[in-house]
Design a binder for this molecule. Structure first.
Ligand SMILES: Nc1ncnc2c1ncn2[C@@H]1O[C@H](COP(=O)(O)OP(=O)(O)OP(=O)(O)O)[C@@H](O)[C@H]1O
Ligand SMILES: [Mg+2]
Length: 338
C-alpha cells in the first residue's frame, strides 16, 4: 500500500516537472520569458517537489498512527465477559468448602459442557478428577476461578456465592497451577513471588527447592534474575511447570488446584514433587486433575468425569472394585508398563 502511494506521488511529481519544463521551453522559444526565469522556475519546482514529498510522507505516517490508535481504542472498549459485582461482599472464605449446585454451563460458541452438575468438596478434602480428554475437567477449575461464568446454578465456597465477591479476592484464596502455566517476561524470582509479592529471597529459594526448580534456575545465565521470555518461551515445558508449582507453593491459601501440574515432568522429578505436594496439601482443600492415575491414587476421593457427568466416585480401591470406567483406565495404564 505504502509502495503504491510512493509510486503515484513520484509519477505525479515527474509529470508536473515535465509539463512545467515543456511550458518553460516553449515560452522561452517564443521569447516570452528569459532563460533566467526558466532557471528560477525550475529551481523553485525542485524545492516544491521536495516539500510535497515530505508532506506526503508525513500524511501517510499520520494516517497510520490514526489506524493504530483505533485498534488500541477498540481493545479498551471491549467489555470483559466477567464483571465484578457492583457491591462486592467481604470475602468469608477460610476453610475451602467447595459446592457446585445444579450447575449448567456452556462456552459462548461451544456445546453444552455441564447440565445439572453437582459436586461437594469438604474442607481439607483431597479430590482427584480423572476422565478422558475433553470431559470437562479443566472447565471445573475455570468455573471455580471464575474465568467463565456458569449459566445457571451456584458455585459457593464456604457458603459464599463466588459471583458476590471480587475476582481478585476469590483468586487470592486459591493457589492454581494451570495445565499450561503462563509466565511473565520478568525475572524468574518475580514469576515465583507473583502470588506473594512481599516474599523474601530466602522464601523464594526455599519453595524453588521444594518444587525442584532450584537446580535448573542456578544453571541459567543470571540464575534467579534471568528473564524468562514472552510467556516463558525460554524455558522448557517441565521447567515452566516447576516455576508455576513453586509459585503455588509460596502462595499459602486454603484451596489448591492442580491441573495436570506434573504432566510435563519425568517420572523421577514427579515423584519428588509429589512428596512436596503431600506436605503442601495438608489442611487444604485440594483438587488434582491428572491423566496419570498414579498421581491421584492416594487422594481421599477420586471423581471420574465423562462428558460433563460424574460417572464414578470413591477411593482408588473402591473404584477398582467397581470394575468400571476407572478400573478400565487403570488396567490400560498399568498394562502399558508391564
Ligand atoms: N474456551 C473454550 N471455548 C469453547 N469450548 C471450549 C473452551 N475450552 C474448552 N472447550 C471445550 O470444552 C470441553 C471440555 O474442555 P476441558 O478443557 O474442560 O477438557 P479436559 O477434561 O480438561 O480435557 P484435557 O484432559 O484434554 O485437558 C471440550 O470439548 C472443549 O472443546
Ligand atoms: Mg484439561
Amino acid at each position: 500500500m505504502g509502495g503504491k502511494i510512493d509510486l503515484i506521488q513520484h509519477l505525479l511529481i515527474i509529470c508536473v516537472q515535465s509539463i512545467t519544463l515543456y511550458l518553460m521551453i516553449m515560452l522561452w522559444l517564443q521569447s516570452k520569458i528569459s532563460i533566467g526565469t526558466v532557471v528560477l522556475v525550475e529551481t523553485y519546482m525542485v524545492v516544491v517537489a521536495n516539500n510535497l514529498w515530505d508532506f506526503g510522507n508525513a500524511f501517510t505516517r499520520f494516517m497510520k498512527s490514526i489506524a493504530d490508535m483505533k485498534e488500541m481504542v477498540d481493545i479498551f472498549e471491549i467489555i470483559p465477559d466477567i464483571l465484578d459485582p457492583k457491591n462486592p461482599e467481604k470475602l468469608k472464605i477460610r476453610d475451602g468448602h467447595i459446592v457446585f449446585k445444579n450447575v449448567f454451563f456452556k462456552y459462548n460458541l461451544g456445546h453444552k459442557i455441564f447440565s445439572d452438575f453437582n459436586l461437594d468438596i469438604k474442607p481439607g478434602e483431597r479430590v482427584g478428577i480423572v476422565g478422558h480428554s475433553g470431559a470437562g475437567k479443566s472447565t471445573i477449575t475455570k468455573l471455580l476461578l471464575r474465568s467463565n461464568d456458569i449459566t445457571t446454578g451456584v458455585i459457593a465456597v464456604d457458603g459464599q456465592d463466588i459471583r458476590n465477591v471480587t475476582q481478585d479476592d476469590l483468586r487470592s484464596v486459591i493457589s492454581y497451577v494451570p495445565q499450561e502455566p503462563i509466565l511473565f517476561h520478568r525475572p524468574i524470582k518475580e514469576n515465583i513471588s507473583y502470588g506473594k509479592p512481599n516474599a523474601t529471597d530466602e522464601e523464594i529459594v526455599a519453595v524453588a527447592k521444594k518444587a525442584h526448580a532450584h537446580e535448573f534456575i542456578l544453571n541459567l545465565k543470571h540464575s534467579y534474575d534471568t528473564l524468562v521470555g514472552e510467556r516463558g518461551v525460554k524455558l522448557s515445558g517441565g521447567e515452566r511447570q516447576r516455576v508455576a508449582i513453586a509459585r503455588a507453593m509460596l502462595k499459602d491459601s486454603p484451596i489448591l488446584v492442580l491441573d495436570e501440574a506434573t504432566s510435563s515432568l519425568d517420572s523421577v522429578s514427579e515423584s519428588y514433587i509429589q512428596s512436596a505436594f503431600s506436605e503442601l496439601m495438608k489442611g487444604k482443600t485440594t483438587i488434582v486433575i491428572a491423566h496419570r492415575l498414579s498421581t491421584v491414587q492416594k487422594m481421599d476421593r477420586i471423581i471420574v468425569l465423562d462428558k460433563g457427568q460424574i460417572v464414578e466416585e470413591g477411593t482408588h480401591q473402591e473404584l477398582l472394585k467397581l470394575n468400571g470406567f476407572y478400573a478400565d483406565l487403570w488396567n490400560h495404564q498399568t498394562g502399558g508398563f508391564l
